[in-house]
Design a protein around this ligand. Sequence first.
Ligand SMILES: [Zn+2]
Length: 389
Amino acid sequence: MDFEEDHFELPDDVISKDDALSYVCENEWENVEEVFRDLEREEWLKTSKTCLELLSVISQKDRAHMRGGIKKWLRKKQNDGDDVTEEQLFAIAADVCGFVEELANSSNNSKFLRAVGLDAYARMHRLTAAHGILVSANSCGLDDLQWAKDLLAITRAFCDFLSEISDPGQEPFVQFRIRGPIEVFNKYLRAAPAQLLVHWRDQDGDVSFGRSPDPELPNLSSFIANWIAEYLTKTYPYVSLGVCAECGRFFSRERRDKTFCSKTCQNRVAYKRKKLLESNALTPVNVAPDDACDIAKGLWLHHPRFGIGLVEAVGGRAGGPVRSLPGSTQDAQVVQYRSMLSRMTVLQVRFLHGARLLRFADLFEGQKKEEQLPQFYEVKSEETLAELL
Ligand SMILES: [Zn+2]
């Protein structure tokens, strides 16, 4: 239906576009910011996808090695700790080289980048994380594997950092706990000179600016350290990253305490746990909070978020036989003293993703009412446990 302009009258309650906009800016600004944040989040995840995939390649291989390490301990009582063998390092290096090669072949832009060099390329195209990886990976050969060792160190540090920062039980100590990983990030930030400033014309013809690793001094770990630093300083408040407790993959998540990358991993863990408990390989051990000072190394525990782990060291308390405390002739005093020592207990537990420190609060005080507490176990059959891990 056509309206002649003079026949068409706006109803009285119609709000003009400008008024609507002012209203939204004045009253709904938080929602507007939320929309921007979502867009930025999507954009960041799109451009950072390659970095997350590269870190996942390393972390998944490392996870397989750590699982193997625990099985070896169960079968032969040999403990490799966090050390990696040459063979394991080579396996990681080979996977990374394969990933980089595939990345180089998967995009025409990458071929163009290699043909014309970074300088000429950057004047015409926006540089992405994938380009940064390709430029930095020039130093990665299979004759000297130091770069793979460095890459593993920074990947592990990022895993540790993400699990510390997302752990709701760690709030009072979180700054202390992330100090180690941040030192590692800084070590690799220092290992290469500051990134170069590059510029290109974007789709509208405007000149844009960005940073790029120096192709003359390629260093993949430093590139990853720069990427991590940029993530933490710019994107961290609205993009939460995690490492899957089962497969070791890095993923973005809606909630900071989400532990698994997918339903598949979550179900696999639940299934394995069920099989493990039905197998009689483990016998539950009940530890009362006041008896935490008696926990000995060699005990196993199931943690609701980290899975099954071996207590490999016990610290934080005086040690020695508490029952024969000199001067404590009265039982009440011994009980009180044991209870105090128990609250200072710290366990070093080796989970499938690496060793973690758990304090008394992590062991006996769930942060949320519905949170399950860790359960202790004794191993009845090492071989069955090794098979089912
Ligand atoms: Zn997973």
